[in-house]
Design a protein around this ligand. Structure first.
Ligand code: 5MM
Length: 334
């Protein structure tokens, strides 16, 4: 029974024209985001902001699921309705971030390994009881002079595979996120090579840990030049490099791939997704699971006037969902 249920959830996550909104910032990350727009990082402000996002009118036209943080999955609207119920009613699948963060990898200065496996089986069972249908774990791969090392890639791939297997045991779809960071001055070819090696290691580990790919989703970074690379490239170059890299390293049986925005501008995140889908012929739906790429414009507005701009901010969330939903079908700007 489980594989059918997992496959059904995974397919719903990448339903045609729909993607995911990532609102799973841990308390430290949301603190930085709120500080940037001058909002106090109180529990009530975090709750209000997440309510604004999750109750955006029409969100379900383009959003299939939302990734929540531990605090958020337990919260309710101001009127007292649990967020999970509000989501279920709108047909938006509740997801949950289950890693406990990327920590320094001992012995490998500058590299990270994501933690959170201890007690994960019990936490997943509890989240399943709260209504979570999918879970996310983010590994971070940094590009530098002598990085990433094989050790860092292997350690992260191993953790991703163990997390994914535990998720499936509990009937939860794992959203496996190995993020190759945009930080640095590396060129697009370097990003291509690192992304390819990382994805191959991740899928090898998933296979070795008996993870059923039919019931899993990949959350991938696009193949891009580093932020400080003097040689930036065209949208089409990113699209072709990204698609080719994924085709070379990701099994066709996977139900879908969603991209993270990773610090790209909103416009770039949408244009790149659109261009990837315009190439066509990929064996999986290619959609989005954007955090900043879905939220930053709305957060900016809300921060300027929390009460006065509430609806305007929601309209911005809707517009970003629509643009990215169209881009997931290669129809943005038509
Ligand atoms: C929304 O941010 C997520 C949680 O970040 P922290 O663990 O640092 O609190 C993050 O995992 C996010 O889901 C992905 O990186 C995608 O977000 P972006 O902003 O890159 O699209």
């Amino acid at each position: 029974m489980k594989i059918d249920q997992l496959a059904e959830t995974a397919e719903a996550m990448v339903a045609p024209g729909k993607g995911i909104i990532a609102i799973d910032e841990s308390t430290g990350t949301i603190a930085r985001r709120l500080a940037a727009v001058g909002v106090e990082n109180s529990e009530e402000n975090r709750r209000t902001y997440r309510e604004l996002l999750l109750t955006t009118p029409g969100l379900n036209e383009y959003i299939s699921g939302a990734i929540l943080y531990d605090e958020t999955i337990r919260q309710s609207t101001r009127a007292g309705r649990p967020f999970v119920d509000v989501m279920r009613e709108a047909g938006i699948l509740p997801g949950i971030k289950v890693d406990t963060g990327a920590k320094d990898l001992a012995g490998f200065p500058g590299e990270k390994v994501t933690e959170g496996l201890d007690g994960l089986r019990e936490r997943l069972a509890a989240y399943a009881g709260m209504g979570a249908r999918f879970a996310k774990w983010r590994a971070v791969i940094t590009i530098g002079e002598t990085m990433p090392t094989d050790t860092c890639i292997e350690a992260n791939a191993h953790a991703l595979a163990r997390y994914a297997a535990l998720c499936q045991e509990q009937g939860i779809v794992p959203m496996v996120e190995p993020e190759v960071l945009m930080d640095g001055d590396h060129d697009i070819e370097t990003c291509y090579g690192v992304t390819e090696v990382t994805l191959r290691a991740v899928f090898k580990a998933l296979y070795e840990h008996h993870v059923l790919l039919e019931g899993a989703i990949l959350k991938a970074s696009m193949v891009l030049p580093g932020k400080d690379c003097p040689e930036q490239v065209d949208v089409e170059d990113v699209a072709h490099a990204t698609l080719r890299c994924l085709e070379s390293a990701v099994p066709a049986i996977l139900p879908g791939i969603v991209f993270l925005s990773g610090g790209q501008s909103d416009a770039d995140a949408t244009r790149h997704l659109d261009a990837i889908n315009r190439i066509g012929g990929a064996p999986w739906p290619l959609s989005f699971s954007y955090g900043r790429g879905m939220q930053q414009a709305a957060l900016q507005l809300w921060g300027q006037d929390m009460a006065g701009n509430y609806e305007k901010a929601q309209q911005t969330v809707y517009a970003r969902a629509r643009d990215n939903g169209l881009a997931s079908q290669g129809r943005y700007g038509d």
